[in-house]
Ligand binder design. Structure first.
Ligand SMILES: [Zn+2]
Length: 422
């Protein structure tokens, strides 16, 4: 076992080789894949743009003489082999896919920060005892294929691979087909099994909220992620003439939908101000003088307290049924993710690295979901946030300071080297 003091000394040498300009330039280069004219990025999972970003990651990896691997769900791994190749690795990374109108930092920062750590280690000509792997998880965002976080859930075994592969996008293309295309374009990158043992995992990410910027803190040590419930509801009524069908004879799907949305919102407000959103609503046939025959809408609920989340999970389907009136409803739960707390030892470890480097940090709770949620069930896991401008994300206006991105990467490099030293 390497002496702790010696490991800390070497960690300092690696941190010195973290380069702000390289992080920034790689982020801009990656943003070319799926670039939109307004400065945003549309790089949805398993599309050509996503494949091109992946190919760029592979070129950078090969340029540093690092190993590249993939798996049955097309997660991408870049590995710097340690002296003990058989020890489970330290995993760092995030995702390369974006929302249709996304930005340059969400997901990409975590992958580029990870690559920078490996680059800095290469530049220092040191070799860790334990291998370090950078990962880009497949389909975190759920914009093309829903639900998201497919790569991390397949890897940890939280979700069965055949079920994931059967999911289709809006045009009928299956995950299985899209993954096969990506793997075919890889040109011989070796495959490794899912559910490999991992020693620890750290996901760096932009905050996607305003707290770090308001506190002028370059780094947040994430304490946990709040729970999420998501549903898709189909409401089936009957079409009819807007001017001739009397009120008593109507089965208006939209009126029933409005009643259901208001009732569930009121329920969520009563339950400790749980956040409720219906962000998607389709109306059929969507004609001005026809009574809506059918609607399809989403429900998204966020809550930190798992007891409250469980109560809501029981009450939401009942509330929907009680307010459907004369319409029939089909309620599908698509996400039930409990509120989680990250490993205390990883949190202390990250905070310790920030302290040693003189980089201010503060604990912060994540209101958004991340792949690290699923890794947390497999191995000691943590997250590190950096500020983003005005808390904006999932938008072309998403931005971050190069200085903060560098500070986050330095804390990551210091923490990861020490984790890889025993
Ligand atoms: Zn993300």
């Amino acid at each position: 076992m390497m002496e702790a003091t010696q490991a800390a000394q070497m960690a300092g040498q690696i941190v010195e080789r973290v380069r702000r300009d390289r992080i920034w330039e790689r982020l801009q280069e990656l943003a070319q894949f799926g670039a939109l004219s307004d400065g945003g990025v549309n790089r949805q999972a398993l599309t050509t743009a996503d494949m091109n970003a992946r190919a760029q990651m592979v070129r950078w990896a090969h340029g540093l003489n690092l190993q590249v691997f993939t798996d049955a769900i097309a997660n991408l791994f870049i590995r710097l082999e340690g002296e003990h190749a058989d020890w489970p690795p330290i995993l760092i990374g995030s995702h390369l896919d974006t929302q249709p109108n996304g930005g340059r930092f969400d997901g990409a920062y975590g992958v580029i920060a990870g690559l920078e750590v490996l680059n800095a280690i290469r530049d220092s000509e040191q070799r860790p005892l334990r291998s370090i792997e950078v990962v880009a998880w497949t389909n975190e965002e759920a914009s093309r294929f829903a639900p998201g976080m497919m790569g991390s859930q397949a890897f940890t075994g939280r979700w069965a691979l055949p079920e994931i592969l059967a999911i289709r996008d809006a045009s009928g293309v299956s995950v299985e087909h899209a993954v096969a295309q990506v793997l075919a374009a890889d040109m011989g990158i070796p495959h490794r099994p899912l559910k490999r043992p991992v020693a620890a995992c750290i996901e760096p990410h932009i905050e996607q909220g305003p707290l770090l910027e308001e506190a002028a803190m370059p780094v947040g040590i994430v304490t946990g992620i709040q729970g999420t419930l998501r549903y898709r509801v189909r409401v089936i009524g009957a079409a009819g003439h807007a001017g001739t069908v009397p009120r008593t004879a109507r089965r208006d799907a939209l009126m029933a939908t409005i009643a259901m949305i208001q009732a569930v919102d009121a329920l969520c407000e009563r339950e400790q101000d749980s956040l409720y959103t219906t962000g998607m609503l389709e109306i059929m046939p969507n004609a001005p003088s026809v009574i809506p025959a059918e609607t399809y809408f989403s429900i998204d609920v966020r809550q930190r307290d798992n007891t409250v989340l469980d109560r809501l999970r029981r009450a939401i389907p009942e509330t929907l049924a009680a307010h459907a009136g004369r319409c029939a409803i089909d309620v599908r739960e698509i996400v039930h993710a409990e509120s989680i707390e990250f490993s205390e030892s990883i949190r202390e470890h990250l905070a310790g690295s920030a302290d040693v480097l003189g980089i201010p940090s503060m604990p912060i709770f994540s209101s958004a979901g991340h792949d690290a949620r699923h890794l947390n069930y497999l191995c000691p896991t943590g997250m590190l946030f950096v500020p983003c401008r005005a808390g904006i994300s999932h938008s072309p206006d998403e931005s971050a300071n190069p200085e903060d991105l560098e500070a986050g990467t330095k804390v990551l490099a210091h923490a990861v080297w020490r984790l890889a030293s025993h």
